[in-house]
Ligand binder design. Structure first.
Ligand SMILES: *Cc1c(COP(=O)(O)O)cnc(C)c1O
Length: 363
C-alpha cells in the first residue's frame, strides 16, 4: 500500500498516566499494576488575552487541571495513593473532602475494586462533585461540620479500622501530584518564574515544590519558580498565622481553617522567595469570570484563587512579573459548580419564536 494514500496524520504515543510516564521518579510501591484513569498530561494553555487584561508585559500560561479524568488535579494524587493502597492489601479507603477528593477517590476506588467512604461537609459541596462521588459508587457521608472536622474523624477511623486514608496527609498523594510540576517544565523547557495557585489543605503547593525541586536538583530545570499561594479571605489561616475556627468562603474547595500541610507550605513559600495572600470572594469570582471570558477556559471558583492573587499583586504593585513567565494552576473544572456559574451571570432572555424577535434581541 503506497504511503502517499495515507491521510496526513501524525502518530501520537498513547499517554499511560502519571505513574507509568514518570515511573522512576514516583516513590511508591511498584509491585502492582498502577490504578490509573490515564490522568495527567493536562494542557498548559498560553493566555495572552488574559495577560493583556492584567496589564500585559509578561507571559502567562494556564495549567488546566480540569482536564483530568474526574475534573480536578486530585486524580494525580489518587492514582498513586490508590496504587499504594492496593499494594498494601487494603480492602477499603476513606477520606474527608471538600468535594474533589471525594469524587476522585470514589472513581479510583471503583477502578481498583475497593470500597470507598467519603466524608463531606453537609451542604458545602458543589453539585458536580457530589454527583461524581455518588455515581462512582462511594458511600458518601455528610457531616454537620467542616472539612477540618472530617479530616480529624477519618484520621481516627483509619487508626481504629482496617481502612486506608487517602487524604493528602498520605505521602503517596504528593508523589502523584508533584508530576504537574514536571509536566510544566517538560512543556516550557524550564521552570516558570512564578507559579500561582489556590491553597486549601496545602497538599498541592507542597507537591509542586517537591516536583520543581527534583527537576532543579537533577538539572532538568535551571531555576525553581517563586510560589504565589492564594487563600480565600474567610479561610486564610496561613496568611493570618492562626487556625480559623469557622472558615467561610464561596470557594468551597479551599474552605479549610487548619491545613494539614501548613508547615510544608510555609517552608515552600520561604524557600521559593514567594508569597501567600488572601483574596476576597469578590476577587475570586471576578478572576473566575475573567479567565472564561478572555480565554474560553472554564474553571471552578476556587480554582481561580491563584489567578485572583496574581491580579491582586499586580494591581497593588507588590508583584513585578515584567518579562517573566507566569503559570496559574486552574485546579478544577467549572462544571463542578454549575450553580456558581449560573448565579454569577445574567439569565438568558426568552423571546417569541419569530425571526424579528431574534434580530431585535441580538441588535
Ligand atoms: C483540593 C483543591 C484545592 C486545594 O488544594 P490543597 O492541596 O488542599 O491546597 C484547590 N482547588 C481545587 C479545585 C481543589 O479541589
Amino acid at each position: 500500500m503506497p504511503s502517499q494514500s495515507l491521510p496526513d496524520v501524525r502518530p501520537v504515543a498513547a499517554w499511560p498516566g502519571v505513574i507509568e510516564h514518570y515511573r522512576a521518579r514516583i516513590h511508591i510501591a511498584h509491585t502492582v499494576p498502577p490504578v490509573t484513569l490515564l490522568e495527567g498530561n493536562t494542557p498548559l494553555i498560553p493566555a495572552p488575552r488574559l495577560a493583556s487584561a492584567l496589564g500585559g508585559g509578561f507571559e502567562l500560561y494556564l495549567k488546566y487541571e480540569a482536564a483530568n479524568p474526574t475534573g480536578s488535579f486530585k486524580d494525580r494524587g489518587m492514582t498513586t495513593a490508590m496504587t499504594q493502597a492496593v499494594a498494601d492489601g487494603a480492602q477499603a479507603v476513606i477520606c474527608a473532602s471538600t468535594g474533589n477528593t471525594a469524587a476522585s477517590a470514589a472513581a479510583y476506588a471503583a477502578r481498583a475494586g475497593l470500597k470507598c467512604v467519603v466524608l463531606v461537609p453537609d451542604g458545602k459541596i458543589a453539585a458536580g462533585k457530589l454527583a461524581g462521588a455518588l455515581s462512582y459508587g462511594a458511600q458518601v457521608i455528610a457531616i454537620a461540620g467542616n472539612f477540618d472536622d472530617g479530616l480529624r474523624m477519618v484520621r481516627q477511623a483509619s487508626e481504629r479500622a482496617p481502612i486506608a486514608l487517602v487524604n493528602s496527609i498520605n505521602p503517596a498523594r504528593l508523589q502523584g501530584q508533584k508530576t504537574a510540576a514536571f509536566e510544566i517544565c517538560d512543556v516550557l523547557g524550564d521552570a516558570p518564574d512564578w507559579l500561582c495557585l489556590p491553597v486549601g489543605n496545602a497538599g498541592n503547593i507542597t507537591s509542586y515544590w517537591l516536583g520543581f525541586g527534583e527537576y532543579f536538583d537533577d538539572g532538568l530545570a535551571s531555576i525553581r519558580p517563586r510560589l504565589l499561594g492564594a487563600q480565600a479571605a474567610g479561610a486564610a489561616p496561613i496568611v493570618l498565622g492562626r487556625i480559623v475556627e469557622h472558615p467561610e468562603t464561596i470557594a468551597t474547595a479551599i474552605r479549610i481553617g487548619n491545613p494539614a500541610r501548613w508547615r510544608e507550605a510555609t517552608t515552600a513559600l520561604d524557600e521559593s522567595g514567594g508569597r501567600i495572600t488572601a483574596v476576597s470572594d469578590e476577587e475570586i469570582l471576578s478572576a473566575y469570570r475573567l479567565v472564561a471570558r478572555t480565554e474560553g477556559v472554564f474553571c471552578e471558583p476556587s480554582s481561580a484563587a491563584g489567578l485572583a492573587g496574581l491580579a491582586k499583586g499586580l494591581r497593588e504593585g507588590w508583584l513585578d512579573v515584567r518579562r517573566q513567565r507566569v503559570v496559574c494552576v486552574l485546579t478544577g473544572h467549572g462544571l463542578k459548580d454549575p450553580e456558581a456559574a449560573i448565579k454569577g451571570n445574567a439569565p438568558p432572555i426568552t423571546i417569541e419564536p419569530r425571526i424579528e424577535a431574534l434580530l431585535e434581541a441580538i441588535g
